[in-house]
Design a protein around this ligand. Structure first.
Ligand code: SF4
Ligand code: SF4
Length: 338
């Protein structure tokens, strides 16, 4: 049996999560994109290139993940990918909903990109399509098959919520049958559309309880690993005595949006709390109060932003102290397949 490994934050990795546009053909019920905070524009290729260039002077070669919206809606994504490769980015990933616009698989070679990462939120069309839209399940599977048959490495992202936890256990077989190499299990965030849905809305998507998460997710990850698939999932709950670290203090992550905002913490993305911004294609720090002021706070609940925006996942003991601390959402467990 493989053992999960907690992946500590590395000061030796720079990760660039690059939302090159926010437009999307889908309307997923839990979408975290918030155009009023992230912009509605599509970056032109000169801007994308200039912003990619900003991360190359670092000691560590950066990794880039191209995101949207749906990044394959951008007709010049292949140019952006090839530029990142020329610059020596350590790894290049394209996150996609599987529609693979602009014939992207024929515009790139498997050497150009390290992973196509597909988002699917159910093991069956009924569950996935109820979250992501009619027809999206079959189109995503078709896209995966095409990518695998053309020699691209593929991974899959499954965002766990109260609406699809029950199908997570069916995912390892599906991944193995499709030839997918890596599996990312995420927890739905109460941000973007999920935050805007009112609490009494009948089809509101909720986070799962700590008990459900701990009962289901590590076991499914283990099952997938036994089938040769590498699995990554967020730590979420810390055991008593385990150290808490905020990635904003110790890691080097950049979540870039088309309006130029750059965050270090994804949970801050619904607010104008970004610590950096692109001005005239140069990355500069923002003045005044921003997310870095929150990163410095030590609270018994662990992650400050979790306490502010999604406190429903914290339980308290009769003396008022939290039963457990919430880990940084960027702290992951990893099980290597094989
Ligand atoms: S595919 Fe992604 S960007 Fe598009 S609506 Fe769904 S979650 Fe949002
Ligand atoms: S999720 Fe919490 S712990 Fe992680 S960077 Fe944000 S504020 Fe810090």
């Amino acid at each position: 049996m493989n053992s999960p490994r907690t992946v500590a934050f590395s000061k030796n990795a720079t990760n660039v999560f690059f939302h090159i546009l926010t437009a999307c053909n889908l309307r997923c019920r839990h979408c975290y994109i918030n155009p009023s905070q992230h912009g509605a524009e599509s970056l032109d290729i000169d801007t994308i290139i200039a912003w990619l260039n900003e991360f190359t002077g670092k000691e560590n070669l950066p990794n880039v993940i191209f995101l949207g919206g749906e990044p394959t809606l951008h007709p010049e994504l292949p140019l952006a990918v090839k530029h990142a490769r020329r610059l020596g980015y350590q790894s290049i990933t394209i996150d996609t909903n599987g529609y693979l616009f602009h014939d992207i698989l024929n515009c790139l070679n498997p050497d150009d990109v390290d992973f196509f990462s597909f988002s699917l939120d159910g093991a069956t069309p009924s569950v996935n399509d109820s979250l992501r839209g009619d027809g999206s399940y079959h189109i995503c599977l078709k896209g995966i098959r095409q990518a695998v048959s053309r020699g691209f490495n593929t991974s899959l992202i499954y965002t766990v919520s109260s609406a699809n936890l029950h199908e997570l256990e069916k995912m390892p077989e599906l991944l193995a049958n499709m030839g997918i190499r890596r599996f990312f299990i995420q927890v739905v965030g109460i941000r973007g559309k999920s935050a805007q849905a009112v609490a009494f809305e009948p089809d509101r998507i909720n986070q799962v309880s700590p008990d459900q998460w701990l009962r289901e997710v590590p076991a499914v990850a283990q099952k997938a690993a036994m089938m040769g698939i590498s699995v990554t999932y967020p730590r979420v709950f810390l055991k008593p005595g385990e150290p808490f670290e905020c990635a904003g203090r110790v890691a080097d992550n950049y979540f870039i949006f088309p309006n130029g905002r750059v965050y270090q913490c994804p949970l801050c993305e619904d607010y104008p709390l970004h610590s950096k911004i692109f001005v005239n294609n140069r990355l500069i720090s923002t003045p005044g109060i921003n997310e870095t002021d929150l990163f410095k706070l030590d609270i018994p609940e662990g992650c400050v932003m979790n306490r502010i925006i999604q406190p429903g996942n914290i339980r308290y003991l009769p003396d008022g102290s939290p039963e457990y601390r919430i880990a940084c959402c960027l702290l992951k467990e990893e099980i290597c397949g094989g």
